[in-house]
Ligand binder design. Structure first.
Ligand code: NAP
Length: 249
């Protein structure tokens, strides 16, 4: 990996689509050398070519993959914990344990693995930043969503705990909690059922990935003494995880 000695390095997990991909583009435009990670390597290689960054295969649920990814990085100034998502919408009484394991492994333990591995490099940078993409689901419970809401609550608490534990160290922490963003999120949640996924955004104007990327870019361009702790961002048509104003088509 060739990174110019004066380049600041940003790592974006889950950069093969949606919020992660858009964030990688924004940070590259701000001058960061962006290292993009995901399991779909063809996609991140194409992206890295476009933005002059580096693509490295990454599965945040796999300890060896995280070790291989993180050890080759010469320095890290920004970590965006974005890899994540939801699987299914089942009431607790019918919970699918495999779906829950996927959500906890990806959102919670994935964030823990990446953060733990890169913390020494973030501290060494002298002005590190950890951005974690949680969700409005990290603030509320909703029916049929406990697998995702519990995972996002846990991911958020892990992130918020670090804010105190790292006091005195040169690392800032920002939690960004979006509402509905039209990405591949719902397609993944509903196992590729495009019709069901489209219904989530029907009759509303959802956020797009670039809306969140711009916020990450704003956070990453604040001076070192400014810590934006939490940012909740929803479409105007939304006022909570399951509360939407929908216009009839
Ligand atoms: P997306 O388009 O489905 O993107 C999810 C990304 O996560 C993909 O790049 C995927 O890459 C990656 N990923 C999944 N499992 C992974 C693993 N084991 N290892 C590495 N990467 C993995 O959805 P998105 O909306 O951009 O989601 C990004 C984040 O925003 C997630 O944490 C999600 O929970 C959060 N969020 C989304 C919304 C929304 O409405 N869209 C709202 C609030 C919060 P590969 O499959 O190639 O590995």
């Amino acid at each position: 990996m060739t990174i110019s000695p004066d380049s600041r390095v940003a790592v974006v997990t889950g950069a093969s689509s949606g919020i992660g991909e858009a964030t990688a583009r924004t940070l590259a435009a701000q001058g960061f050398h962006v290292v993009v990670g995901a399991r779909r390597v063809d996609r991140i290689e194409k992206l890295a070519d476009e933005i002059g960054g580096t693509a490295l295969e990454l599965d945040v649920t796999d300890e060896d993959s995280v070790t291989a990814f993180t050890t080759v990085l010469p320095r890290v100034d920004v970590l965006v914990n974005n890899a994540g998502g939801a699987k299914g919408m089942a009431p607790v009484a019918e919970a699918d344990l495999d779906d829950w394991r996927w959500m906890w492994e990806t959102n919670v333990l994935g964030t823990l693995r990446m953060t733990k591995a890169l913390l020494p490099k973030l501290v060494d940078s002298g002005d590190g930043l950890i951005v974690t993409i949680t969700s409005v689901a990290a603030f509320h419970a909703y029916d049929n969503g406990a697998g995702y809401t519990s995972a996002k609550h846990a991911q958020a608490v892990l992130h918020r705990t670090l804010r105190g534990e790292l006091l005195g160290k040169p690392v800032r922490l920002t939690e960004i909690a979006p509402g509905a963003v039209e990405t591949e999120f719902s397609l993944v949640r509903f196992e590729g059922d495009a019709e069901r996924a489209a219904k989530v955004y029907e009759g509303i104007t959802p956020l797009v990935a670039e809306d969140i990327a711009e916020i990450v870019g704003f956070v990453a361009s604040r001076p070192p003494h400014v810590n934006l702790d939490q940012i909740i961002v929803q479409p105007r048509d939304q006022a909570g995880p399951m509360r939407f104003h929908r216009t009839a088509e």
